[in-house]
Design a protein around this ligand. Structure first.
Ligand SMILES: [Zn+2]
Length: 198
């Protein structure tokens, strides 16, 4: 966790957050979902917007079968956000939920714009990076120091070490690094191109 702390400190000193602002009140899950979804649609010019199915119960039927967790389903171009993930995100804070939604939206854009990397781990790390870019680029959304910590600690938590598995999403360190790369990219800079992964 020491490395993680150093990374967060580096992000803060890179001007990623407004320093000196008082701790803000946490937004409700619905406010986060609406704000993030609207913001990313805006970034993409309201093109190829995926449908959002929100607060899905475990085992509920989705377009790609029973829902076991938040995911993007290409068959019906729909983002599913699972109830248990909303709960887990709020153990970190509202920004962690914003990260989940942005990550799944990124998968929809990888599919819609045909830049999905070949392996699962690459696709996942690219989605993490894109989520970081989105959260930095949404107009009217400012991430404070605490938000960045929420995102980083959550990204660390959802990393895995199942390198042999088809479902490997990247190690905790890789996921933190990927989302940090996106968060550090300037909104007016390379933007989504900062996340080019082959
Ligand atoms: Zn993913």
């Amino acid at each position: 966790m020491k490395k993680l702390k150093a990374l967060v400190t580096a992000l803060i000193s890179a001007g990623c957050v407004l320093t000196g602002t008082p701790a803000k009140a946490e937004l409700s899950p619905e406010a986060v979902a609406n704000g993030v979804y609207e913001g990313i649609q805006h970034i993409h010019g309201y093109q190829a917007t995926p449908k959002l199915v929100w607060n899905v119960r475990h085992g509920q039927r989705g377009g790609c079968g029973a829902v076991r967790g938040s995911h993007y389903c290409g068959r019906n171009h729909t983002v599913y956000i699972a109830q248990q993930d909303i709960r887990m995100a709020y153990q970190h804070g509202d920004a962690a939920l914003a990260y989940i939604i942005a990550h799944e939206y990124a998968h929809a854009m990888q599919a819609a714009h045909s830049f999905m990397p070949r392996t699962t781990a690459s696709a996942e790390l690219q989605a993490d990076c894109l989520a970081g870019v989105y959260l930095r680029s949404i107009p009217n959304l400012t991430l404070d120091q605490r938000d960045v910590q929420e995102i980083m600690t959550f990204a660390y938590r959802v990393g895995d070490y199942a390198q042999w598995s088809r479902n490997h999403h990247g190690t905790p360190a890789q996921r933190v690094k990927a989302v940090a790369l996106g968060l550090q990219s300037s909104p007016k800079g390379k933007g989504l191109a900062a996340c080019q992964i082959n």
